[in-house]
Design a protein around this ligand. Sequence first.
Ligand code: PEP
Ligand code: MG
Length: 305
Amino acid sequence: HAEHARQLRGKPGATKDGMPIALLANVAKPQDADAALEYGAEGVGLFRTEFMFMSSSVSPSVEEQTKAYVQLLSRFPGKKVVIRMLDAGADKPLEFLTPENEPNPALGLRGLRTLRTHPQILDDQLEALAQAQAQTEADLWVMAPMVADEHEADYFVKLGKEKGIKRVGAMAEVPSIALMANEVAQVSDFVSIGTNDLTQYTLAADRTLASVGAYQTAWHPAVLRAIKLIADAGKKHHMPVGVCGEAAADPDLALALVGLGVTSLSMTPLALDDVRANLAAHTSDEARELAERALAGEFYPLTRG
Ligand code: PEP
Ligand code: MG
């Protein structure tokens, strides 16, 4: 089984009947590119940029950031690389950016909300990304975390385009953006669904609390219905919709996500073999049937801990 899965590594992700699904890697630092390439990632679907900000008490300079982005992008000439803007706050607090006295940090200043209150940090990061884009051959996509609606998506996309970044999009992590998906699709080049946070916020269960850990599964039909709203809007407006949360790394859930209309999946490199093999073993009709059953809630009680 593992051997068969490994043999598929050189092949792009696709269902048995040949529907292509780009299989991408989540990376946390430029050096992770090695693992992504070793496991046959077709590009990067989520580069978490927090690592550069964690190690110091001040924001890294444009030059330092550009260097790190070039280091990653240069490993993927001609390939898609999705870089996420700094996601400070909540489960990723930064001492110099995150307020200490928030009673509910997950509902507080985080992601794009943090960046909006620090316009210089936002501008520096976009500037570094634009410079890195100009210095490499990779197909750079840039997205913001914790985007609430089409107004925030529009705000961020315009800033990115002003800098010359070619593809600018939004993460879908808050139920409000799923409910506004058609409007979002009119302003955003793409949407990438962060199922870790989308699950947390849809079920109002803190992702860091073991006591409510049973709620933290994207098999919940409410989460899947939110994803479907986004996938449907993507189809209607010809906007790519990916998933980059943990859900994409579960081979069965990955197949259900494909059945919902998601067009790319990004995961830890170690999960790529099994997801690729499961997609190759099923047709797109089977994926849609699985999605229908999951939307009806068939698998949620079984997976609830
Ligand atoms: C997510 O929320 O699903 C996601 C990919 O982002 P993070 O886990 O870094 O919050
Ligand atoms: Mg998130």
